[in-house]
Design a protein around this ligand. Structure first.
Ligand SMILES: Cc1ncc(CN)c(N)n1
Length: 219
């Protein structure tokens, strides 16, 4: 019998394969991604990270064991700090101010994704919450690794790729996969974990797609 993390990944594999083929990521790797799409992504990711760090803190607080309390609390503080640092420098290079981020607000896909993540982390079982956040780590690592092999001629895009393709991020993701494989989910709960994992993997695809299309509120 394979591990829970493997069963989750296998369920989301078709979506992951479509993520790798998405024009946003192909453009990031070959440098052809329009700046406007990257700008959209970074602004929306600033809003996403605010909710994401709260979700990790929530999972830390709700953990039935000691070690994951420490791990998720550290990730909420450190890992997101690293991402925020990346954002601060990218926002500066893209000439985007904090005011621009506030004025734009969270657009539809960001709102839908963060609302889903927050609801599962707050009201689902602990195992369900872990399964819901796992793609945020794992998909980014795999994308980072894959794009690192291709690299990017654009130094801004290369900086983003290096963060997620780094050995430091790799180690962080391994920790969360190990926690996932120690979850003891009953049959019905495992089914809900599979649903959350595949749903948030879809939201990862949708997040890049929204930036690619420049999706805004229709009314
Ligand atoms: C939308 C999204 N998903 C995941 C990550 C990586 N934590 C991120 N920065 N943004």
């Amino acid at each position: 019998m394979c591990t829970l993390s493997q069963r989750l990944w296998d369920a989301a594999r078709p979506t992951y394969e479509q993520i790798l083929d998405h024009p946003f990521l192909l453009g990031l790797a070959d440098g052809s991604l329009p700046r406007e799409a990257f700008r959209y992504f970074i602004v929306q990711d600033s809003h996403y990270l605010r909710a994401y760090s709260r979700c990790l803190a929530l999972l830390g607080a709700r953990s039935p064991q000691e070690e994951p309390v420490r791990m998720f609390s550290l990730h909420a503080a450190n890992a997101v700090d690293v991402e925020r640092e990346l954002h601060a420098s990218l926002l500066g290079d893209l000439q985007i101010t904090e005011d621009d981020v506030e004025r734009t607000g969270a657009l539809p896909t960001t709102t839908a994704y963060t609302s889903y993540l927050t609801a599962v982390c707050a009201t689902g079982s602990w195992a369900e919450g872990v399964a819901a956040v796992l793609p945020c780590y794992w998909v980014y690592r795999e994308v980072g690794r894959t794009l690192l092999e291709r690299s990017s001629p654009d130094p801004l895009y290369a900086r983003w790729i290096e963060t997620y393709g780094s050995p430091e991020f790799d180690a962080v993701v391994d920790q969360v996969i190990a926690v996932t494989d120690r979850l003891e989910a009953a049959a019905g709960e495992e089914q809900r974990c599979l649903t959350h994992f595949t749903t948030t993997t879809r939201y990862e695809w949708m997040f890049w797609d929204a930036a690619w299309r420049g999706l805004v509120w229709p009314v």
